[in-house]
Design a protein around this ligand. Sequence first.
Ligand SMILES: *[C@@H]1O[C@H](CO)[C@@H](O)[C@H](O)[C@H]1NC(C)=O
Ligand SMILES: *[C@@H]1O[C@H](CO)[C@@H](O)[C@H](O)[C@H]1NC(C)=O
Length: 401
Amino acid sequence: MGLQRNKNVLLISLVVLVAISVVTTTNCQTFDVTKYGAKPDGPIDQALVDAWKEACATPAKAKIIVPKGTYKLSKAFFLGPCKSPVEFQLDGILMAPAAASGFKSGDGWVTFERIQHLTVSGTGTFDGNGKDSWGAKCKRTDYCAQLPINLRLNYVTDSEFKDFTSKDSKQFHITVLGGENLSFKNLKITAPEDSWTTDGIHLGRSTNITISDCTITTGDDCISIGDGTKKLTVTKVSCGPGHGISVGSLGKYKNELPVEGVTVTDCTFKGTSNGVRVKTWEGSPEGIATDLHFEKLTMENVENPIIIDQEYCPWGSCSDVKGSKIKVSKVTFKDIKGTASTPFAYKLVCGLYPCENVQLMNINLQSTGAKIAGKATSVCKNVKPQISGTINPPPCIDSAA
Ligand SMILES: *[C@@H]1O[C@H](CO)[C@@H](O)[C@H](O)[C@H]1NC(C)=O
Ligand SMILES: *[C@@H]1O[C@H](CO)[C@@H](O)[C@H](O)[C@H]1NC(C)=O
């Protein structure tokens, strides 16, 4: 009798437990693209349109799944707002066509727009198939701007991007515009060293963004921080090859918004042309870049580990107006060690307004002379950095190098 009752109690609790777990799993409704007609090695465009339409309209949490396999995608545009949080779990490979037709300047190949509570996850790959796009015609022309960005995030808020790979984008890999409360974690971003304008993550007009535990190897900036970026934290990112992590370029256009509150910590730079950089265009209008902190960084064979360049003017493309009117202030470079492949450990070249409150603390950079032989040294202009701790080499001694 007692035994029977105990058994019943056990049974009832088991039933309750099972019921609870069913409720919690059915709380999230899944949308597998293969149920919408997508097949490995076939096209996926329409299946994504259909799955998104349903997922975005579902009152329950929704999860779109792209299972393992390679799917051909010419373009995807995911527009919100959605009824509930949506997750896009990419376990397969989305493959772009080699030709970049049907895109206008600034377009994304895959675009998420006006969505709150989006998660993009999975161990899959956005493959931009860009190798035919990077050739010499992309160099020094506007042609590059017409090429699609692998992943465009426009006005996406309170969202998370994790675990996936972005490969061989035709242009920037990930561009964030008007984003707020976003985290990028454990991403792998990769393109060959000789690819053009394949920036890893580009941010603009966005607030409260965290980028952590990412590996970025590319032909341009690993991370570029455009105007209107506020409260950005970059941590545990391995960058290189590539052009390093840059604030800027700023001042190419009028009415740019301030960049304010950027922290880059615990990052490694391997064989990059720059380490951490602030760049503003020669002749740029009034603007602000302030509260920028670069700390606990390791440089391995980096051409210019620490650089403020307010005379940025690639391929002589700027106006005749000299100087930059962007005011750079409250910048710290702290606990930075490793090797420089040129003698220029620091380049601190400020604009019409001198840089203010630039601090250098505990820096130890050896010039390996891999590129140019010589003792590590520096170039400085319109700046009087405050120095503390151990600084090797000493900056701003031989100014006109
Ligand atoms: C910043 O964004 C994170 C999500 O990435 C969020 O948890 C946090 O509350 C936000 N902080 C502020 C001050 O908005
Ligand atoms: C960002 O997060 C903060 C803190 O959680 C919240 O107050 C704010 O509304 C969020 N911003 C957006 C645009 O959702």
